[in-house]
Design a protein around this ligand. Structure first.
Ligand SMILES: C[S@@+](CC[C@H](N)C(=O)[O-])C[C@H]1O[C@@H](n2cnc3c(N)ncnc32)[C@H](O)[C@@H]1O
Length: 276
């Protein structure tokens, strides 16, 4: 077999069919919006992403799958403007509320999906296009081509490495099978075949995280599962309790065996030669 015979888009689609959890539709993301915002706004992840992004004041940034504004909110003060796209109205609502509270006026939220016709929606090209943990698409090739053609300077993609934010030990403890689905290596290979050689940085989160309460620590794990049965819920709580360290002030620290790791793929438009 020759390397170029490998259809990475098809492999990606096959791996997505086999992953452990169901693809989340708009309504599923709507119902997760408030909890996602609590866990991710002002997070270590956002700070590390921004350090690697190195925003420039003249950038207009297109943030696809922006969620509650994990990156759009802190970015707004450091760039000209941010167009924040998400298909979940509840996620955009979280973002708009926080933008209003913080007096931010240069974020334009747009409810749209990866697969909508962005030309019809009059979404213009931007200096920089980002997708942070939002490459939840069936047709990876089209999504990458779209990002590349909507950027005039740079593209950034934060993609899972292995299990990403999921904790395989927790799946084992709860008694559910775990297949994380495709990760960044599919994206890198497909980009290579498209003539793009991305730079790869890694965002590695700390192994431990401190929460105000045991309930908060439980919530930081429960989001990984749909529809836990009472028995599974008990096993989840036992797993978390076995790993919690309580401090004198009533706070708790949870330690995971594996660190959460993301790959940050990026490329400069001017370096794409003979490719897209
Ligand atoms: C894991 S969150 C990431 C949010 C944010 N970018 C971050 O890094 O915190 C994924 C986001 O992608 C959005 N999303 C998922 N599929 C989408 C699609 N097909 N079109 C647009 N947004 C989508 C979800 O609504 C959700 O807000």
């Amino acid at each position: 077999m020759h390397y170029n015979d490998i259809d990475w888009n098809e492999l990606w689609q096959e791996a997505r069919r086999q992953k452990s959890w169901k693809k989340k539709n708009r309504q599923a993301w709507d119902s997760r919006a408030a909890g996602f915002a609590r866990r991710n706004i002002d997070s270590e992840y956002a700070e590390l992403f921004l350090q690697l992004l190195k925003p420039a004041p003249h950038w207009r940034v297109l943030d696809i799958g922006c969620g509650p504004g994990t990156l759009a909110l802190p970015l707004a003060a450091r760039v000209k403007s941010v167009t924040a796209i998400d298909f979940s109205a509840a996620m955009l609502h979280e973002l708009e509320e926080r933008a209003a509270q913080q007096g931010i006026t240069n974020i334009v939220p747009i409810q749209a999906s990866w697969t909508d016709d962005w030309q019809q929606l009059a979404i213009p090209v931007h200096e920089v296009v980002i997708s942070s943990r939002s490459l939840s698409v069936f047709d990876l090739r089209s999504a990458l081509e779209k990002m590349n053609s909507w950027a005039t300077e740079k593209v950034f993609i934060a993609d899972r490495v292995g299990s990403g934010p999921f904790d395989p030990d927790l799946f084992a403890a709860v008694g559910r099978p775990f297949d994380p689905g495709p990760d960044f290596i599919f994206t890198v290979n497909l980009l290579y075949q498209l003539g793009i050689h991305p730079k790869i940085d890694y965002i590695e989160l700390a192994r431990t995280k401190t929460y105000d309460s045991r309930d908060e620590a439980l919530e930081s794990c429960r989001w990984m599962f749909d529809d836990l049965s009472p028995a599974e819920e008990e096993r989840l709580a036992a797993y978390v309790d076995g790993r919690l360290v309580h401090d004198e002030g009533g706070r708790v620290t949870l330690r995971r065996r594996a660190r959460v790791k993301w790959a940050l793929l990026s490329w400069d438009k001017e370096r794409v030669q003979g490719g897209l």
